[in-house]
Design a protein around this ligand. Structure first.
Ligand SMILES: *Cc1c(COP(=O)(O)O)cnc(C)c1O
Length: 404
């Protein structure tokens, strides 16, 4: 009889967003006349920018002619895209990253889940709490997290770094030394981030203790403050301790188009073994490349027209973020984030739990958000609203919340 990967059996409960969807559907069925406003799931709503649509059309047409048809893409990505990324996202910021250190993929979720494969299962991981659930769950599947305690909602072999208002959402160096440190900055779900100086301290720490930082920069485009790094490679020494994961989903609306990349610097080594070669091998064996059409769309993200249009798109969402932040503050809520990220993280009022506030908001204001406890035990007592709705819906949701 075959055996299964038992680690999957250890995963607790269902996925956060399916639980929310069930509750919302049940409420809507019972109250068909109610008009719900969804500020829950972190998906974009604005259409793909015109410069990118043009690039997509052009690439589709190329596929229809033998002379310009493209089959399998190079495993690691087309040179035109890797060069555009290296030039715009790194070299323009004074960061020494070359095109051949960039691995193009179909998105940051898969990369952030897959990257753990090149590390030993003995490694101890450290995550911020609350956290993007993929980091922990992918390590559970790999058998790296020990046993789950439903009472504390923690895994025995995971180091949790609480990020709450008490520490200004700045993780402290853990007592136990980690081997792999996940950092998502600016952060989903809290919408907060670290300053460049604070990030530098993490880079110094990782180099000192021999840990690797897995740096998720999915929300980099939303940074508005000058003292925040746009890539971890702005920090000195990051080339020897950090892998950066990037996505085109949030800066360019590619959640349905699918494109991302991972940077593995050649200086990142375990003894004499370069991780660059390992990830190249992994990528080449298990991935057959992001579509040509989509990589051309990715290239257009870095064109002058693309940059200008996307700047406007990000500004649109950040106008929502400011409206939510200010509106909630006026209504007496304690709010965080929303300055360098499209997420607003609020403290639930009157000692409500995250799920109590979810129900209250759903039933009283017909607004859907995300309970903080779904992102980890330290998220209890918090709630996430996203700025990815339309401006009109965002304002309408705020009016309803103010009237509660
Ligand atoms: C949305 C998001 C991503 C992007 O994932 P894609 O697979 O590229 O769509 C990555 N990390 C975090 C924390 C996110 O919120």
């Amino acid at each position: 009889m075959f055996k299964i990967n038992d680690n999957y059996q250890k995963l607790p409960g269902s996925y956060l967003f399916s639980t929310i969807a069930k509750k919302v559907n049940a409420y809507q069925e019972a109250n068909p006349e109610k008009n719900l406003i969804r500020l829950g799931i972190g998906d974009v709503t604005q259409p793909i920018a015109p410069a990118i649509i043009d690039a997509l059309h052009g690439a589709v047409d190329e596929m229809g002619h033998a002379e310009t048809f493209h089959g399998y893409a190079p495993d690691l990505g087309y040179e035109f895209l890797r060069s555009a990324i290296a030039k715009n996202d790194y070299q323009a910021r004074g960061c020494d990253i070359s095109p051949d250190e960039i691995f193009v993929s179909d998105g940051a979720k898969s990369d952030s889940a897959n990257i753990q494969e090149i590390f030993s299962v003995e490694n101890k991981i450290a995550v911020c709490d609350p956290v993007y659930p993929v980091y922990v769950d992918s390590n559970v599947m790999a058998g790296r997290t020990g046993t789950y305690d439903p009472a504390t909602e923690m895994w025995s072999d995971v180091i949790y770094m609480p990020c709450t208002k008490e520490n200004n959402f700045v993780p402290e160096f853990p007592k136990q030394v980690p081997d792999m440190i996940y950092l998502c900055l600016p952060n989903n779900p809290t919408g907060t981030t670290l300053t460049k100086d604070q990030l530098q301290m993490w880079v110094d720490y990782a180099n000192k203790v021999g840990a690797v930082i897995l740096y998720d920069g999915a929300y980099e485009a939303y940074i508005s403050e000058d003292n925040v790094a746009h890539t971890i490679y702005e920090c000195e020494g990051a080339r020897t301790c950090a892998i950066e994961l990037k996505s085109f989903s949030k800066n360019a609306g590619f959640t349905g188009v699918r494109l991302g990349y991972t940077v593995v610097p050649k200086d990142l080594k375990c003894d004499d073994v370069a991780l660059h070669g390992m990830w190249a091998r992994r990528h080449g064996t298990k991935f057959n490349g992001a579509p040509y059409i989509v990589q051309r769309a990715g290239e257009a993200v870095y064109s002058d027209a693309g940059k200008a249009q996307l700047k406007e798109q990000v500004a649109y969402y950040m106008k929502n973020a400011a409206a939510i932040k200010n509106g909630l503050q006026e209504a007496g809520y304690e709010v965080f984030g929303g300055v360098n990220a499209p997420y607003i993280w609020l403290k639930t009022p009157d000692q409500m739990t995250s799920w109590q506030f979810f129900d209250y908001l759903l039933e009283t204001a017909n607004v859907v958000g995300t309970p903080g406890s779904g992102f980890g035990p330290s998220g209890e007592g918090y709630f996430r609203l996203t700025a990815f709705g339309t401006y009109e819906n965002t304002l309408a949701a705020l009016e309803r919340i103010k009237a509660m």
